[in-house]
Design a protein around this ligand. Structure first.
Ligand SMILES: NC(=O)c1ccc[n+]([C@@H]2O[C@H](COP(=O)([O-])OP(=O)(O)OC[C@H]3O[C@@H](n4cnc5c(N)ncnc54)[C@H](OP(=O)(O)O)[C@@H]3O)[C@@H](O)[C@H]2O)c1
Length: 287
């Protein structure tokens, strides 16, 4: 190959923002790893080391600390004059908080914003795949620009939803991410009782969840639904419940709540006659 040929993807690296991440937890390390992989210059400082003594030389300062620490952290940045000596954006990653959480540090040269990745970061040692992940950004125009440019660089989808109810938004993200992890724990438990080794059970369910994620992203809902409820198979649902009562009675309420949530989706899809769904409702009512 001709090594003098320019790369087909030309990136103007001189325009890349310098990033400072405060907080070396799950999100801090995940964002640091992805940003470095994307060619950005990143400084990661664990919060347990405290804020630096010298002013922070960065264009984008990301506070990846726990929600309750964001306000005090902004106050400390202001009081110790760690930002404000140059133009910079300061953002936090909390889903339920807006840019006002950083009001203490906002100033003539400091723009602030929320920058929330709708991604599940479960371990500082394992960086999740960020591509196409939603990044909710809201705040001062300069901070929104800086966060958007990071998001684009990471292959994410930066969005600003005007008038967003942040607590409801965060509850939705938490319900799906943590509800799915809890469902997976229930699935591992049940697979073990069915005779599968615990480690194998997790290896089975991860790819299953990935296909659900793909179906949700590509097909949307209710089309992502599969299984006996969609098919209007009341006998199949009854068989599941009989087995659960015998093997894992503590999972019966979980199964019933999940099936009841599926019923209106299955009715909307209409792949069985309405009385088949009524029969499922009767099975669930009889538990
Ligand atoms: N996790 C997610 O999936 C997720 C997704 C989107 C947004 N967020 C948001 O991102 C922000 C950071 O969340 P996170 O999940 O990264 O939190 P985290 O893992 O708990 O880390 C946050 C901070 O907690 C500190 N910490 C961790 N373990 C500690 C311990 N045993 N004792 C004392 N301090 C400890 C870390 O200190 P060091 O810096 O010293 O390590 C870090 O600064 C939050 O605003 C959260 O709402 C999280």
């Amino acid at each position: 190959m001709d090594s003098t040929r320019p790369s087909p993807i030309h990136r103007d690296d001189s325009a890349l923002p310098e990033v400072f991440i405060y907080g070396g937890g799950k999100v801090g390390r995940g964002l640091a790893r992805a940003s470095r992989d994307a060619g950005l210059q990143v400084t990661l400082r664990p919060a347990r080391d405290g804020l630096p003594a010298e002013p922070i030389e960065a264009d984008l300062v990301i506070l990846a600390v726990r929600d309750r620490d964001i306000g005090p952290c902004a106050e400390a940045l202001r009081d110790r004059r760690l930002v404000g000596h140059r133009d910079a954006a300061v953002v936090h990653c909390a889903g339920a908080l807006g840019p006002e959480a950083l009001a203490a540090v906002r100033g003539r040269r400091v723009a602030v914003a929320q920058m929330h990745p709708m991604i599940s970061f479960a371990s500082p040692a394992f960086a999740p795949f960020l591509e196409r992940g939603h990044l909710h950004i809201d705040g001062d125009p300069a901070a929104v620009r800086a966060a958007r440019s990071l998001g684009v660089r990471l292959g994410m989808a930066p969005r600003t939803v005007t008038g967003l109810d942040r607590v409801a938004y965060h509850a939705a993200a938490g319900l799906v991410a943590n509800g799915a992890a809890a469902l997976a724990a229930a699935g591992v438990d049940l697979l073990e009782r069915a005779g599968v080794e615990r480690k194998t059970a997790a290896e089975m369910l991860g790819p299953l969840l990935r296909t659900v994620a793909d179906n949700v992203e590509v097909l949307g809902v209710p089309d992502a639904l599969t299984g006996p409820v969609r098919r209007g198979d009341a006998a199949g649902v009854a068989r599941h419940l009989e087995t659960l009562r015998r093997l894992a009675p503590h999972l019966v309420p979980f199964y019933v709540a999940a099936a009841a949530t599926q019923l209106p989706l299955a009715r909307a899809l209409g792949e069985a006659p309405p009385d088949a769904f009524d029969a499922i409702q009767q099975v669930l009512d009889g538990t």
